[in-house]
Design a protein around this ligand. Structure first.
Ligand code: TXA
Ligand code: MG
Length: 315
């Protein structure tokens, strides 16, 4: 198992020698390596069993650093960066050659983000390289929101996990690219689209496609538990699967029943996002055959929650 702690200089040493460290962010935990070292980045792909066609996000701690990695920062990207960085927003920008092709899977854009977690910000301040970091889960499984989640699944393969507590946002960053200066959503996430549209106006949606090479993260069955998860109206579903051993996941707390889980006691979407992945993990570990779940209101972070629930249901 990995060592878990808050030792930034140990994390720095491990990353500097080209190995991996689990790092906390406000969205989910990342599996970090020196983004400028292709050998280190290769370890991310092998450890996660991630296909090499799925590009990584580069994390850094200032706009000055970002400008070293990208050709230019278009006006709307700059407006979003000024408004939301550090925070749960990733921008796709034309890359400079300093970013290895392995990081971007050969694409000419690089995904960049300035995360908001204080421990990871303190770590980045100590490093003279940016960190490539996908979510710290085996490819296709639920993203981790605690150091323990990371240790449970990847602890055997990495030396150290920086422990920054439970992630406060709980779903991955929103990814925005640009098509002729028009912002395009590549992935719904922890920054609500409504907030983004207040700054840059209407954003386009990337068509959902499991074979779209410019957004491999759109693969339908991502973020999936091992158990079968069925989405719908909970009372209908409970009726339909009456004879079977089921667990349920509702948005708001319902009456106490065996294996009845909920995302937010009073129906707060931010709290629901924070709880989503740890509840899915708990459900996945129960001795039941099926997980029955319902969608949440499709607004704010609810859109990202529904996106993850639909992918979790797509087997
Ligand atoms: O919140 C987050 O974004 C977390 C934390 C650790 O920062 N990271 C994360 O990384 O979710 P990952 O690798 O699990 O998801 C990154 C997504 C992938 O679906 C990938 O396809 C997409 O970003 N991506 C990366 N670079 C891209 C690019 N140049 N063009 C299109 N999509 C890209
Ligand atoms: Mg991921």
């Amino acid at each position: 198992m990995a060592q878990i702690g808050t030792d930034i200089s140990l994390a720095k040493d491990i990353l500097t020698r080209g190995d991996l460290v689990g790092i906390p962010t406000e969205t989910v935990y990342g599996l970090a390596a020196n983004a400028l070292n292709p050998d280190a980045v290769t370890k991310i792909f092998t450890t996660k069993e991630r296909p090499s066609f799925d590009p990584l996000i580069v994390h850094t701690d200032s706009l000055t650093n970002v400008s070293e990695f990208v050709q230019e920062i278009p006006v709307k990207a700059k407006q979003l960066a000024d408004q939301f960085w550090p925070g749960p927003l990733t921008l796709l920008l034309q890359k400079k050659s300093i970013i290895p092709d392995l990081v971007t899977s050969g694409l000419d854009t690089v995904a960049v983000r300035i995360p908001r977690h204080p421990l990871t910000q303190a770590l980045l301040a100590q490093l003279d390289f940016p960190l490539a970091a996908p979510s710290a889960n085996p490819f296709g499984y639920i993203s981790p929101t605690t150091a323990k989640h990371v240790n449970d699944q990847l602890g055997g393969e990495i030396d150290y996990i920086l422990d920054g507590g439970s992630c406060t946002i709980g779903v991955e960053s929103t990814i925005i690219g640009f098509n002729n200066d028009i912002p395009v959503v590549y992935r719904l996430g922890g920054m609500a689209i409504e907030e983004i549209e207040k700054v840059v106006g209407k954003v386009d949606k990337m068509p959902h496609s499991s074979s779209n090479p410019s957004a491999p993260g759109m693969l339908a069955s991502h973020y999936a538990p091992k158990k079968k998860l069925i989405l719908g109206n909970l009372s209908d579903l409970k009726n339909k699967y009456k004879g079977q051993d089921v667990a349920t996941l509702s948005f708001i707390k319902e009456k106490d029943q065996r294996h009845a889980y909920f995302l937010s006691e009073l129906g707060d979407l931010n709290e629901a996002a924070q709880n989503l992945f740890s509840k899915l993990r708990e459900l996945d570990d129960l001795p039941v055959d099926l997980i029955l779940a319902e969608l949440v209101p499709d607004e704010g972070l609810g859109r990202a929650i529904n996106d993850r629930l639909k992918r979790a249901a797509a087997l």
